[in-house]
Structures are given as C-alpha cells and as structure tokens.
Design a protein. Structure first.
Length: 82
C-alpha cells in the first residue's frame, strides 16, 4: 500500500493510538489490547479526518477487523449505511 492510500493512513492512525507498528487490516482491535476507553479515543481520533465518515462507537465494537471497520466508515464504499 502506498503512503497516500487511505487504508494505510487509517492504519497509521490506529498504530499511533495503540503504540504498535505491527497492526494489519486483518487484526482485531480488542485482540490487540483495545478496550472501551481506547475505543472512545479511536472514535475521536478518526473523527478528525475527512478521509472517512466519523465512526460510531458501535462501528468499532461490531467490526471484527480493522479492515471491516475501514469498510464501514469509508466514504467511497457504496455498501455502507449513510
């Protein structure tokens, strides 16, 4: 993935929050140590970007992987709820 690829930028935000460079789209937020407080921080962090729609906490809790979370909030995803 290129540095300007939205998925790469999305993962960079998560890596910064979790303090880990070993984060992939296939990973689960809670398996990597995420909890409800970090979920709220992630929501705030992702809301600051105009590259995706602001996530709801439910998006973070219900997504089984970061890739699924990205698909839920991706602006260009025709299958996401508006």
């Amino acid at each position: 993935m290129k540095e300007t690829d939205p998925r790469s930028l999305f993962l960079e935000e998560i890596k910064c929050l979790l303090g880990s460079q070993n984060v992939k789209l296939e990973d689960n937020f809670f398996d990597l140590g995420g909890d409800s407080l970090l979920a709220a921080e992630l929501q705030v962090l992702l809301t600051k970007s105009d590259r995706w729609r602001p996530p709801q906490l439910a998006d973070i809790f219900e997504a089984t992987t970061f890739g699924e979370l990205y698909d839920r909030i991706c602006i260009n995803n025709p299958h996401q709820p508006r």
